[in-house]
Each structure stands twice: as structure tokens, then as C-alpha cells.
Design a binder for this molecule. Structure first.
Ligand code: GN1
Ligand code: MG
Length: 369
């Protein structure tokens, strides 16, 4: 069914004016729906959940409910003392009373409220923007830090467990087509070399988890810069969006992912690799903002692994893009031939830049922590 036909099945007043694609997500299909009544207008977000990625969308909705109910309650309780109006989207139920619509093709659709008068950016705009992004992530993780992680479903097995992505790579390399793609170009060969040189190190966080140093907690799973909403009037961060990947995990992957994405001023889709690097001034701004809220729940062991988390998640995303390239682009949506290979090269360039700047990054982490 078309998105407009789905949109009217949710509990929203008025009639549809438009339902058009929005955002830059790599997995789900996202639309902005505008409805009007005779006296007002309502805007909300409509999404078709990609079931090739999320096998059981009802579990995502269950997690979303736990998180949003909890955060809304805490935000209300703290509102009078807050320096801004913090927000988090809410689920808009279907008219049937369910949290989602299952269409005739078996696709799951859900609606969530729009964080209005705010916008997200695909790449970092300024030091102030970076500082705000850090605050938004720190605040979100603080607000969910008292949720028992066992209340959340593991909606995506192996997500952000870096060694797990080597299984995908190795399976791809075991096929003729995958091996051919990995060997056929200089670019692919150098990606594979980059990956192999880091194979032994990539278990660093999982080992710390296995030996009890790091614990599973509720996490966001995808706190990249394009998921952080900035108030258009004040320039302050107000909300984090895209809560599909909320699940029990290591908060390090969240911390690292925010820095990975926000400290590369060129953005993930930059076509000129020369422009891709890890900006340590932006890093300092984010870490300062993050710690304002996160200091409350961070342990010494958490702090010990922060540098690794930045390097690792960048490496992991490159590995995921590269492995998807080898299997014919089945996970991440692509716009051109070789898109995922190119995305992998961007992340590996960034990872290299992080490695080169390790001493500076560690100094920043020590002084802000
Ligand atoms: C995917 O679809 P989107 O853009 O929200 C991916 C993230 C990656 C991100 C990179 C479920 O997120 O893990 O970091 O692309 N989400 C999933 O842009 O795999
Ligand atoms: Mg996402």
C-alpha cells in the first residue's frame, strides 16, 4: 500500500496533505506526513521497518515503549530544573489500538511524533554543534541508565559486537563472487588488508565485557550526528531520534559512534577521501558536553575503554560496509555501484586518522573524564 494510504490508519486528526520521503536513513523508509484539520496542522513521522534487518518489528516497538515511557516520565519530573525543554518522540498508535500497521504485503509501518522546530544535520556544523551533540547523547544515556537492561529485547543479534561482523566477512570471502569482488580492485584489496591487520584487536570491548569489566546497559545503538535534533531557535540540542536500535549493549559503542560521526566534518558520504579526518577540537567539544551528563553513571572501567570505543566503532562500520559490498549490497541501501565499498573507504580513512591522533585523543579523554 502507498504511504498516504497507511498514514490515515494512524490516530491523527485531519486529512493528509502530503506524505513524502524524509531523512537519510540507510535501513528503514522514512516519510514526513502532513495532515490538516479545518483549524490546524499536524506533522508526524511514518516509517516502514526494513524486515531484512529487523526480523521481528514488534520487539522494536516493545523496546520503544519501555524507553519512551521511562524517559518521558523522567523528563517531566526534571522539567522545572532543566536548562531547556528536552524532548523524545512518542509512539502514535494506530486507530486499531495497535502500535503499528501490518499491510497486505506483510510490511510493518509505525508512526512517531515529530520533534518540531528542530532539525538534524548530516555532518557537523560547528564546535557549538559538537558540544550540543555530546550533551544530547550524555543526557539520553543518563535518562535510560536506570532501566534494567533485561527489560529490553535483543532486537538485532550481534549488532555492535564487532567480532560478529568478521563472521559475515569470512562467509562472503568463502564464496567465489565475494572473493572476486575483494580481489578485483586495488581499493577492495587495500580495505581487506586494513581489516586483516586489525582482526586480533577487534575483540577489545567484548573481552572486557566477558571478563566482567564492562556491563550491558540500555543503549541507543545509532547516535550518529544525523539522529541528534538541534533547536532551530536556540541552537541547543533537544532530542535524540531513531530509537529502533535501542537494546541492551555496551555504551561504548554509543560514545564511539557519536564521535565517529561528528568528528568527521566531511560526513559519511564525502566523495573526496582527502577531506576525511578526525577533528580533535570537535572531539573535545563533544566529550565535554557528554561528560556534563554522563559523569553520573560512568565507571573507571568505562573511562578506560573510551579511546578504543572510538577507534573500534569506526573500524566496525567500515567492516560492515565492506562485507555488504562483497555480498552484493543486501543490508545498506545504495545509490550507485560500489557505494558500500566507497563508504567503507571513508570509515577506514577516518579510523586511520583516529589511530594517528591517539595521544591527543587520550589526553582529551583524560582531561574531560
Ligand atoms: C544505519 O539507517 P540508519 O542510517 O539509521 C545502521 C547504523 C549505521 C548507520 C551508518 C540498524 O543507520 O548501524 O551506523 O547506518 N543501522 C542499522 O550511517 O544497521
Ligand atoms: Mg538508525
Amino acid at each position: 500500500m502507498n504511504p498516504a494510504g497507511i498514514a490515515v490508519q494512524f490516530s491523527v486528526n485531519g486529512r493528509p496533505v502530503s506524505v513524502s520521503p524524509t531523512g537519510s536513513g540507510n535501513v528503514n523508509d522514512t516519510y514526513l506526513a502532513i495532515f490538516r484539520t479545518t483549524f490546524s496542522e499536524e506533522r508526524f513521522i511514518l516509517q516502514r521497518i526494513n524486515q531484512k534487518v529487523f526480523a521481528d518489528p514488534s520487539l522494536i516497538m516493545a523496546n520503544l515503549k519501555v524507553i519512551t515511557n521511562h524517559v518521558h516520565r523522567r523528563l517531566e519530573a526534571e522539567a522545572d530544573d532543566a536548562d531547556r525543554i528536552w524532548q523524545l518522540p512518542r509512539i502514535i498508535p494506530a486507530k486499531s489500538g495497535e502500535d503499528y500497521i501490518l499491510d497486505a504485503k506483510g510490511d510493518y509501518w509505525r508512526a512517531i511524533s515529530l520533534i518540531a522546530s528542530a532539525r538534524a544535520y548530516d555532518s557537523i556544523q560547528s564546535l557549538e554543534h559538537a558540544h550540543e551533540a555530546g550533551q544530547v547523547l550524555g543526557q539520553f544515556l543518563r535518562l535510560i541508565s536506570d532501566i534494567d537492561p533485561t527489560r529490553l529485547h535483543d532486537t538485532l543479534g550481534g549488532f555492535h559486537v564487532t567480532p560478529h561482523y568478521f563472521e559475515g566477512l569470512d562467509a562472503a570471502l568463502a564464496t567465489d563472487a565475494g572473493r572476486e569482488l575483494a580481489r578485483s580492485t586495488t581499493e577492495a584489496r587495500s580495505c581487506l588488508k586494513f581489516i586483516e591487520e586489525r582482526r586480533d584487536w577487534c575483540s577489545v570491548l567484548e573481552t572486557a565485557h566477558a571478563n566482567g569489566e564492562l556491563k550491558l546497559r540500555p543503549t541507543h545503538g545509532d547516535p550518529k550526528i544525523s539522529n541528534i535534533m538541534i533547536d532551530e531557535d536556540t541552537g541547543k540540542g533537544t532530542s535524540i531520534i531513531d530509537l529502533d536500535t535501542v537494546k541492551p549493549g555496551l555504551i561504548h559503542y554509543d560514545f564511539g559512534d557519536c564521535l565517529r560521526s561528528a568528528c568527521n566534518p566531511a560526513g559519511e558520504e564525502e566523495q573526496d577521501l582527502e577531506k576525511v579526518f578526525f577533528d580533535t577540537d570537535l572531539c573535545q567539544a563533544i566529550v565535554k558536553g557528554y561528560m556534563q551528563y554522563a559523569a553520573e553513571f560512568m565507571t573507571d572501567a568505562d573511562r578506560h575503554y573510551l579511546y578504543d570505543s572510538i577507534r573500534l566503532i569506526t573500524f566496525e562500520l567500515g567492516l560492515r560496509f565492506f562485507a555488504d559490498h562483497l555480498v552484493g549490497d543486501i543490508y545498506f541501501k545504495t545509490k550507485y555501484e560500489g557505494h558500500n565499498l566507497y563508504r567503507a573507504r571513508v570509515q577506514f580513512k577516518l579510523c586511520q586518522s583516529i589511530e594517528t591522533r591517539e595521544p591527543v585523543i587520550r589526553r582529551i579523554l583524560d582531561s574531560c573524564g
